[in-house]
Design a binder for this molecule. Structure first.
Ligand SMILES: C[S@@+](CC[C@H](N)C(=O)[O-])C[C@H]1O[C@@H](n2cnc3c(N)ncnc32)[C@H](O)[C@@H]1O
Length: 291
């Protein structure tokens, strides 16, 4: 494919075999969140889960994944173990550790990583990334706020994800982004169009972008699909035309679609063949079915 490569399989094995050190400009990683669920295409439970997100602590597995991780991350995991104990959360962190180590290896010195997670594991993942990148390389915790249905009665409705933004060094690519804010009244600096007053202001670390819901025109049916507007903002902010964007958990391929649209090259990896079929369709690449 002229603009990129798709790989099907476990991302750690693929990164080790195919992606050289310091070769990637931007990584967007959207792994499972430790939700405790299996994900089905909406309304199609009979077709089986698209991917699972259930983790159980197993001491041998834990030790084996520690041995494959960056030493700083291994120390970070040991600290997390002493706080949260031997639980599903620790199994999840340990499962992600070898992948995060590989992502750090393949990132260029001018590159950036955006790790998408939610309140369940963001506190642990941030410590892991501090261990791997250094605390000084933390740039933002982006709050992606959305309004989807469903709310608990014993706490405030949890309606945001966290996107942890780290850079490999202090010499990183960053293009500030702007968004249009509308106002009821005129004020100094406001502009006017047929809808009223507005200003194009610098984007904060709270992003209000609608989630992909059943009636969204971009919806593919692949579970946990992220909105294209979210990925376009990340790609536009943290890469240049012709740069390489890597998504090691690409799912329906939203980050790759954004990269292609903005003239970047891309690498997509997913363990699910079905995810890659959806991605290929979205990228306009013919799907060749094996017999
Ligand atoms: C949260 S979804 C990604 C959704 C994607 N951002 C989108 O917009 O469609 C996570 C994806 O990670 C994949 N996955 C989970 N573990 C993996 C692994 N070890 N290697 C490669 N892919 C994996 C799953 O198959 C799933 O498609």
């Amino acid at each position: 494919m002229p603009n990129g490569t798709l790989y099907c399989g476990d991302n750690v094995a693929i990164l080790r075999q195919w992606v050289p050190d310091r070769s990637v400009d931007l990584i967007y990683a959207d792994p499972p969140f430790n939700s405790g669920h299996a994900y089905y295409a909406t309304g199609k439970k009979h077709e089986g889960p698209r991917f699972g997100d259930v983790w159980k602590f197993d001491v041998d597995k834990y030790q084996a994944t520690l041995d494959q991780s960056h030493p700083a991350l291994t120390r970070g995991l040991q600290a997390i173990r002493s706080i949260i104990g031997e639980c599903d959360g620790l199994a999840y962190c340990a499962a992600l550790a070898p992948c995060l180590s590989e992502l750090r290896r393949v990132l260029k010195d001018t590159g950036s990583l955006y790790l998408h997670c939610d309140v369940r594991m963001s506190h642990c993942l941030r410590l892991m990334l501090d261990a791997l990148f250094g605390r000084g390389r933390f740039r933002n915790e982006i709050v992606w706020a959305y309004r989807t249905g469903g709310a608990g009665k014993r706490h405030f409705a949890r309606k945001h994800d966290a996107i942890l933004f780290y850079t490999a060094s202090d010499r990183y690519t960053f293009h500030p982004q702007r968004e249009r804010v509308r106002y009821r009244k005129q004020f100094f600096g406001a502009q006017r169009d047929e809808h009223g007053f507005y200003a194009d202001v610098l984007v904060r670390d709270v992003w209000e972008i609608p989630a992909v819901i059943n009636v969204s025109s971009e919806r593919t049916g692949y579970p946990t699909q992220k909105p294209l507007a979210l990925l376009e903002r990340i790609v536009a902010a943290s890469s240049n035309e012709g740069d390489v964007v890597l998504d090691p958990y690409c799912g329906s391929g939203t980050a790759l679609v954004a990269a292609q649209k903005l003239g970047r090259r891309w690498i997509g990896i997913d363990a699910s063949e079905e995810a890659l079929r959806v991605t290929q369709t979205r990228l306009g690449i013919p799907v060749v079915e094996r017999g």
